[in-house]
Ligand binder design. Structure first.
Ligand code: ADP
Length: 313
């Protein structure tokens, strides 16, 4: 069966601090990694998805295989690296929000080579989704992303790209160089305002959309936190209002937006409807702890859209 969306990148085991505990912190084990989260979010909205990565031959790798089976993300082309580990990150919650600490250097996913890509698999999808994190984890991972993206383009597979800037992984100048080189190769660009401000030096959402359209992205969905999103093409742009909620944990809101946005686009609907839906899904994802558990399913998203009077599906 043809897949709607294939993600490529690094899954990470998550240890998320339980902020309700006082004294010694307690970390709950979960699953994260931006592109894996995006494929799971898309699947929960009804899309058929697959994932490309390499995992360590360790129990954390096994737990990802179990997760993707449970979530119905096709992992049939995921590789296991016998000598490298599955990446890990910690989320701590402080007065300024969540703080990430990574233990991912040398991980199996960061060693994935262009020669190991399942090109035939990518050829059959509607969308290939990659991110700045998929590129930042190592030089060879960056080469692998470019190889996958270029292959997708030759096969008519649409490329979706979240800039996902992580300055712990690479310096700003390198991030800018690689990100700006990738934007013209993508069909759907999904930056957050915070990333885009750092990457472009601009602060105005419309100016940022103009910058990326001019650079060559045909469709930009700029994520604006509680304000929702600005969706822009050369022909039309609209601000799509968010669903303001009292946030419990915003980890993965951007990933939920991306997966939901792509899942709706894959059904053939327009990007403005996709953003309306994705705002609702992303708002719901902030209502629980961790990156994966609170990602809502289609019925929950439709219920929120119905209550707010903006359901279209
Ligand atoms: P990221 O999570 O990548 O930093 P944003 O903070 O812009 O990106 O959040 C992504 C999306 O999540 C937003 O476009 C919006 O749909 C939703 N969102 C984020 N924060 C809130 C919030 N406080 N209330 C409602 N929706 C939110």
């Amino acid at each position: 069966m043809a897949l709607d969306i294939i993600g490529l990148g690094e899954p990470l085991i998550e240890f998320n601090q339980d902020p309700s505990r006082t004294g010694e912190p307690i970390y709950r084990l979960g699953h994260g990694g931006d592109t894996s989260n995006v494929t799971i979010a898309a699947t929960r909205q009804g899309a058929r998805t697959g994932y490309i990565t390499a995992l360590g031959a360790d129990s954390f790798g096994d737990s990802f295989i179990t997760l993707w089976q449970r979530e119905e993300v096709d992992a049939s082309r995921v590789l296991r690296d016998p000598v490298a580990h599955t990446g890990i990150y910690f989320v701590s919650h402080g007065p300024k929000g969540h703080v990430f600490t990574y233990m991912r250097a040398g991980s199996a996913a960061s060693r994935l080579k262009p020669e190991s890509l399942p090109l035939d698999y990518i050829s059959g999808a509607k969308f290939l989704h990659v991110s700045g994190i998929s590129q930042a984890i190592s030089a060879v991972a960056s080469d692998t992303v470019f190889a996958a993206v270029r292959h997708a383009r030759t096969k008519g597979v649409k490329v979706s790209y979240d800039t996902n800037l992580r300055l712990k992984l690479w310096p700003l100048d390198r991030a800018r160089a690689i990100t700006h080189a990738t934007v013209p190769l993508c069909d759907v660009l999904l930056p957050s305002l915070e990333d885009a401000e750092a990457l472009t030096g601009l602060t105005d959402a419309d100016a940022i959309a103009d910058f990326y359209l001019k650079l060559g992205a045909p469709l930009v969905a700029l994520k604006l936190g509680p304000e929702g999103a600005l969706v822009a093409t050369a022909a039309e742009r609209r601000r799509i209002a968010g669903h303001p909620v009292k946030v419990v944990d915003a980890t993965g809101a951007g990933d939920t937006f991306d997966g939901s946005f792509l899942a709706v686009l894959a059904t053939g609907r327009d990007p403005f409807e996709a953003a309306r839906y994705a705002n609702a899904a992303a708002a719901l994802s902030t209502q629980g702890y961790g990156a994966v558990t609170p990602i809502p399913r289609r019925e929950q998203v439709l219920a929120l859209l119905n209550t707010s009077g903006s359901a279209r599906s």
